[in-house]
Design a protein around this ligand. Sequence first.
Ligand SMILES: Nc1ncnc2c1ncn2[C@@H]1O[C@H](COP(=O)(O)OP(=O)(O)OP(=O)(O)O)[C@@H](O)[C@H]1O
Length: 628
Amino acid sequence: MSRKLKSSLSVAVKGWSVERYQICGDQQHGLSRGRHGVLRVQDKPSNDFRIYRPTTTTGLQIKCRVISPGFFNAIIYSKDAREPGSSKRPFTTNAKRAHQLDGELDEQAGPTLLPEQQDVVNHAVAGHNIFFTGPAGCGKSTVLREVRKRLEERMTVCVMAPTGIVALAIHGTTTWSFAGWTPNSTRIPLEDLPRRDPMTSLRLSKVNVIIIDEISMIENNFFERLDFLLRHIESSDSGRRAKPFGGIQVIITGDFCQLPPIKPFQHCFNCGRELRKPKEGIDSTVDEPLSTRCKPCGLTFREEDKFAFSSAAWSHCNFVNIHLKAIHRQKDPAFISLLQKCRLGIPFSNHDITALTRPKPTLSQDNAVKLFPVRADVWETNHKAFEELETPPIIFKCHDGFAGSWEHSLEYGKRLDDGTLQFLDQHRFDRKLRLKKGMRVLLLASLGSDLRNGSQGTLVGYEPFRSWTKLPTWNTGTIRGEHAEVREKLVREFASMHKRQLKQRGFGWPIVAFDNGMTKTIYPECDIHLVGYESPYSTVSRTQIPLTAGYALTIHKAQGMTLDKVIVDVSKVFVDKQIYVALSRARSLEGLQVIGLTRESVGFDDGEDSEKVRKFLRDSFGDEVVKY
Ligand SMILES: Nc1ncnc2c1ncn2[C@@H]1O[C@H](COP(=O)(O)OP(=O)(O)OP(=O)(O)O)[C@@H](O)[C@H]1O
């Protein structure tokens, strides 16, 4: 049993007693036979699984895992059965299954954190403001999930990101929507911001912690205005104005060496007046040709100050700065050093260019996924490859659902012409998934430790749709995680929608032979988001087969993925840092080939940005972090 489980035990003993659980209905009977049971929890549980020894069933261990708020899926087995390989006979009739689920539970809990990662969690729990960063693949998202889980046990936590695509991926909200702003809000004078919407003020006054991901894309003025807003909302705390972000705990992550803010300083921070870059030499009152200036307010906004770390709010937060050093995605030190160069904006040497661009024997147009910066190239590549296959197509239309209040439906329930939810427009699951036998595909979900978001494979056939029994269910543990019961219902609805075509000869659920040697039937997955900022929440869901065409992807869509075989075309890159985001998806140099790369491609057009970021990193963490 892992260390994680043991530490859960001590939490359980301290904080949770058996009196707080009720065993439902005839599950008592189930317990005595050692079968799966369902425990209803009276208090809001944490998203953690726990072991405890109920007095009513002396001698048994009950292991629980949250499957939706208020419900645990429990596996009952004797103490002796806990250690896989134990010679003693387990109490359960299905000990093998119990042990198998042990693995799944650990898997769901995420990898065991390294001390540097745990350090972030400890500071978060201690209530500090934190900025944690590091290169791609160092586990920022992994740590974010753990921090969120720990803090949500006792506080109101809002997780957010600057773009919809990332916000959906982390089950958070956009920074705009959190603040109750639209893109036009940058035109509102600063002092009017808190007064605009009393409902937003009321909601924000209840927030204890904000967690912001992808901080590199948040502009200085936005960060500063958010600080102002949170200080000035109506509150019983008279000292709120004096505290950064009104005293809310602020946890920030991301990597300033990745994507920068888009079009910074379009409006004056103070009065909201539209700003334009002055033409060189015409406005003599402007010292620097690159500066933008609001004359009435007497404020100057320089391009080089666009990052959030240049704002006054940043320094007021007094962050505990943590730099995660260990990289988990890549192992090869030479490749890691090359990526670090790219990250820091150091031009590549000829030797580096050769290593990245030389054709790799293991890679071909047919088995590697191509990453492009623009959608049109992705569409064309996937479309062409799809049309060339002569097998019959099957189309899965996603099933989008909204359930909740009328007020929420105005914002989250809007549908596009094809019936899908506008809120989910940037969701990673395809709106319309077209598949053909023989097609290369990418997995968009995590199905155990060997199959993850980004696993590549070929569709080799279809599992006939004979009955509902093979579909994953929450009580057998094949649908795991939060809201499992609801997700099962939506998966069944999805199956109903597609039943007719699934039953056609030759079709069914797609079977994929993955490049790591595993072959698996891919059933629909349901991704649920809670929306609204306080209970009762509404839910928005998308159910789809978690696959996408595996010939090409946008660099944006590949964010967060780990790819074994990838060809990156950088010839149309429009933001220099996209190259780093793209290259760092590859697990190894052998599995990566770059097209269109020249010596000048990296560290050329954003030299000033890179220098600024390097200086910030040096000042915050020391020289060590800018070495490669
Ligand atoms: N302590 C750990 N032990 C083993 N694997 C880990 C650990 N931390 C993270 N990983 C794995 O490393 C991979 C990258 O992690 P993650 O996506 O959290 O990194 P990231 O810093 O957010 O990357 P990016 O900036 O590219 O999005 C994931 O597969 C994750 O499961």
